[in-house]
Structures are given as C-alpha cells and as structure tokens.
Design a protein around this ligand. Sequence first.
Ligand SMILES: *[C@@H]1O[C@H](CO)[C@@H](O)[C@H](O)[C@H]1NC(C)=O
Ligand SMILES: *[C@@H]1O[C@H](CO)[C@@H](O)[C@H](O)[C@H]1NC(C)=O
Ligand SMILES: *[C@@H]1O[C@H](CO)[C@@H](O)[C@H](O)[C@H]1NC(C)=O
Ligand SMILES: *[C@@H]1O[C@H](CO)[C@@H](O)[C@H](O)[C@H]1NC(C)=O
Ligand SMILES: *[C@@H]1O[C@H](CO)[C@@H](O)[C@H](O)[C@H]1NC(C)=O
Length: 379
Amino acid sequence: MFRVVTSLVLVLSLLFLLTSVQTKSIQGTLHRRNYFYVGEHYVNAPGTDNGTEIAFGQVYVEHLVPANVTQPFPILFIHGNGMTATNFLNTPDGRLGWADYFMSQGFEIYLVDQPSRGRSAWQIGVDGNQSAFNVALVESRFTAPQLFNLWPQAALHTQWPGNGTAGDPVFDDFYASMMPSLTSDEESSIKVKAAVGKLLDDIGPVILLTHSQSGQFGWILGDFRPALIKTIIALEPIGPPFINAVFPPLTPARPFGLTEIPITYSPPITTSSDLHKQINPSLSNSSVGVTCFQQTSPARQMVNLVGIPTLVVTSQASYHTDYDDCTVAYLQQAGVPVTHVRLEDVGIFGNGHMMFMEKNGLDIAEDVVLEWIQKTVQC
Ligand SMILES: *[C@@H]1O[C@H](CO)[C@@H](O)[C@H](O)[C@H]1NC(C)=O
Ligand SMILES: *[C@@H]1O[C@H](CO)[C@@H](O)[C@H](O)[C@H]1NC(C)=O
Ligand SMILES: *[C@@H]1O[C@H](CO)[C@@H](O)[C@H](O)[C@H]1NC(C)=O
Ligand SMILES: *[C@@H]1O[C@H](CO)[C@@H](O)[C@H](O)[C@H]1NC(C)=O
Ligand SMILES: *[C@@H]1O[C@H](CO)[C@@H](O)[C@H](O)[C@H]1NC(C)=O
C-alpha cells in the first residue's frame, strides 16, 4: 500500500513538473549590485533656524550589472503607488522577477524607490502626508479582482499566484512589501522630476519602464529629458486624461491631460485651462464609469515626446482595460508615437494590474517588452 501511494505521488509530481514547465522560468544571472542616492537637498529641520539641516528629496537607486552586458542601453524601472523597487526583484511567491529576466538578456538595470517611499527618506514636517492601500483595496483591485467584480473583465483574472486574499502566504508577503506613499500625486511628480531627472543626467540614455502611478512620471521625464530616454514602456499608466475612472468618486485629476504638473505643449499653454477638451463618446462608457476626454481639434502637441517611441501595455482582466484606449488616443492625438498592446490580443490571458509578478510574468517580459525593445531601440 505504501509503495502504491509513493508511486502515485511520484507520478503526480512528474505530471506537475511536466505541466509547470509550460510557464517560463529562468536561472539567476551572475551580476554585481551597487546602490546610491541622487537628488538630496538640505533644509533646516521644521521649526528650527540654521544649523539643523536634514536631507530630503533623494531617491534610492539600485544598480544591477550582469556579468555579460550585451545591450547598449540600461533599463530604468519606476514602480507604482504603494510599491517599491522590490516589485521587479522577485515575485511574492519567490520566483525571479523582471530584473533577473532582463539581466539574463544582457541589460544593465536601475531600480528606484520613489522619493519619500521605501528606502528613500520621508521627513516629518518636510514631506507631505502619506497614505496606504488597505487590504480590501489590494485584494479587490490587484490580487483577487475576480472575487469582487468591480468591473466586467475582473472575472477573467487567473494569473495571480495563490488565492490573492489575506491569509494566503503569497498575498501576505506581497501586502507586507507595500509602503505608505505620498498622498499628493502632484508632490510625487515634482519630486520624481527633480531626483530622477538628475539620475537621467548621470546615467542616460535609458529605456524607461513605468507602471501605473509612475506612468505620468514617464511623460514628465520624457518631456524634461527627451534626449536621455530611448523608449518609454508604460505598463497600465495612470489615466484616463483629466478625470478618474471606474472607482467612485470620479473626480477631476491630471489637469495637464495625463499629468498633475505642467508639461510642454505646442502651441504653448500658460495654465491648464488653455487645454480645450471634449468628450469622445466612442471611448466613453458610463456603465463602467469611464468618461474619455480628448483635446478639441487642432490638438496641442506634446512636442518633447514626439521623438520617443512609446509602448502602452494593458492586461486582459485589469480595470485599465476599460480606459487605456482613451489614454493612448490622447497620446496619439498629441503626436506621441505610441503603440498599444492588449495582452489578450497577443495570446496572453488572465492578467491583472500587477502583471509582471503574476504566474506568466516572464511571457510578458519576453513576448511583449523584449520584443518591443529589439524592434524599437537602435544602437
Ligand atoms: C546661524 O546663522 C548665523 C548668521 O549666518 C550665524 O552667525 C550662526 O553661526 C548660525 N548658527 C548656527 C548654529 O549655525
Ligand atoms: C556574452 O554574450 C554574448 C552574446 O550573447 C556572447 O556571444 C558572449 O560569448 C558572451 N560572453 C561571455 C564572456 O559570456
Ligand atoms: C496632513 O495630515 C494632517 C493630520 O492628519 C492633517 O491635519 C492635514 O490637514 C493634512 N495635510 C494635508 C495637506 O492634507
Ligand atoms: C485563501 O487562502 C487562505 C489561506 O489558506 C485562507 O485563509 C483564505 O480563506 C483563502 N481565501 C479564499 C477567498 O479562498
Ligand atoms: C459598456 O460596458 C459594458 C460592460 O463591459 C458593455 O457591456 C457595453 O457593451 C459597453 N458599451 C459600449 C457602448 O461600449
């Protein structure tokens, strides 16, 4: 009896191994790690005069150099809200992440923690208020949307490792990695522009990869240092233009179209009200809470971004699936050379907003992002 059970277990394990090899996995890549800080400013501690300086505004930068660098440009990753650079190091279920994947393809990697987040100091009385995503928000929007159905495609979500709710060890590890974040996206934008702008001056040109909240930092940095960014890869960038969507309250946001802070348009604008907008009915859908604004014609151009090839990637089951088309249309109308890949159109199914750490994350890295870089970035 014991033998029969043992062989059954063996056969089942073999079957498991055979089915699990279908998902891509990688070996670690021999590399050197370094870290440094960029962008600090000294200010007297709040409530004091001189002689009490503290530093603020800096970003933590982790630099990973594979033993065999074969690619001409490094990739700079900027994580989204609530997150830090750990997003790209490994996955919450312990697999190697996108940093290792791209090192295995010969890329140097830079990972930052946004200012006032994670290993980048938040100074009381100097930096603005912080807020944190609660467990219910993370479960319902990111890790287990199929249990909450807050938007129609949520039901298609299958790729999160584990059941995606508190008590599951993978969820718990992921949730524990999250950090309080500056409440104001305007403050974050100003600080990212200053510190990561300085980083670009030191290390550019780079391939810039953004996710979610940092999507707008991609447009801001591309505007600020266009010669130092070869391509922008925006995974589900924050949007849509001018207004929040899907999750009430559907309040105005991003007064400069896709950004909280001014960005260069031609003809130039002096205030955000110089941008004239109208609703695009074919990309709006009130039943899912999406109002899609575009500029009136002729649209002002985001002139500093017109030379930067841009990729927007949207997963099948994320809430972004209802409005990334609108963000892409806004970029196109403003002259940005943008390509939109919906993962389900290239045979990659079941992903949510945290696509790069999901079970098939390496398929997205290889079939979508690497392919885009190879096609787009010339030496
Ligand atoms: C504060 O500034 C004044 C004027 O510059 C200077 O005389 C004084 O030494 C400073 N105090 C400290 C503690 O640095
Ligand atoms: C580095 O990678 C290139 C391209 O894959 C390969 O041709 C070369 O042999 C590698 N060099 C070493 C030292 O591994
Ligand atoms: C920051 O938080 C404090 C304490 O909750 C609150 O009194 C203050 O109004 C907040 N400031 C801003 C700018 O939201
Ligand atoms: C997920 O797994 C954890 C740990 O086993 C369990 O406590 C929790 O009830 C599960 N959640 C769901 C929705 O099945
Ligand atoms: C709006 O979204 C709902 C839910 O996905 C869908 O059934 C409907 O067809 C959409 N309407 C339009 C006009 O696209």
